[in-house]
Design a protein around this ligand. Sequence first.
Ligand code: FAD
Length: 366
Amino acid sequence: MSSYNSAAIEEFKGGVWVFCEQRQGTMMSTSFELISEGRKLADELGSKLYGVLLGDNVEGLAKELGGYGADGVYVCQDALLKDYTTGGYTKAICDLVHEYKPEVLLIGATNIGRDLGPRLAARLHTGLCADCTHLDIDVPKYKDFLRASSTLAPAAIDSIKEGDRNLKMTRPAFGGHLMATIICPRFRPAMATVRPGVMKKAAFDQAKADACEIIKPNFTLTADDVQTEVVEVVKAAKKMVDLIGADVVVSVGRGISKDVETGIKLAEELAEVLGGVVGASRAVVDSGWMSADHQVGQTGKTVHPKIYVALGISGAIQHKAGMQDSECIIAVNKNETAPIFEIADYGICGDLFKVVPQLIEAIKAA
Ligand code: FAD
């Protein structure tokens, strides 16, 4: 175990790293999103971008990460890493961090990432900004800021080099009413977990994939490090809705309450004729009308489809947080002052139970 302070952060020039999550040999799409975002950060820092890939027999997945911008991929393969375990993955990644000293370490805020990130940060004695929605590189005048607002000793603040570039991490706070921007100037690596679906995946480049370096680092792992055993991986019997990858999302809100069954059926029909999937506001999920994997918003999924249709959704800030970057927003609401109309490209003021059948008919006839 080791800890780093401002004097030691100079050593952390090992580039920007992305933990690339795979499950049963399939790369999670958030890994490609984070590699694409990491490329921009690495370019701004003037450093290299590396993926970190753990598993058993996963080397074949590494080159694809290069196609989205990775200069290289650290591939750690071991039978003990076949399935994710907190202890095994933490130990292997800590070994790599001690050896190669990355400036930045990004992790998808998936179930696994939300477990791994805090454990790594604690073990590495660094900070972690969880559930980020925006990342940037900042050259802050943060000494003045720290003097005014923190309890750090003046000597500690003086030891920070003005002009150092830091990862600037933004995440919703206070129920989404505030966007908090956080920097971690005194510890490395700067760590963030990032919400899946928020960062855009770059176009794949085969030449870059071919050029991507595969690095097989040293790490030691014993059964004692792993501590837990995955006995069986049971896939959910129900097919989960793929909101994040969909080009068209038709979401329903509490506006369907007078006839929930018909409201959902209408949304499904509209989604079908538009070639999309059905999403929901939290009000719908909390009421038990649809399952949680349909929820769009701050505590649901973040989507940016080509078309987002909001049916009977008021447009609360927490809902907008998950869909406002959609290319085209169409809202149907019977209240002309509903906030959803403020961000809608097309607004229809009317009863969804009357409007949606007409929309379906018109699309079918077109
Ligand atoms: P309402 O706000 O009740 O709006 C219903 C709308 O339907 C109204 O505008 C009404 O005019 C319209 N309507 C009614 N009948 C009809 C009809 N027949 N035809 C057309 N329009 C009609 N919410 C999310 O969605 N996602 C999240 O991830 C999320 N996370 C949250 C996290 C926190 C910490 C908190 C505090 C809240 C969160 N919420 C989230 C809840 C959010 O604040 C709102 O309560 C929720 O989005 C409201 O859902 P709604 O728009 O469906 O319902």
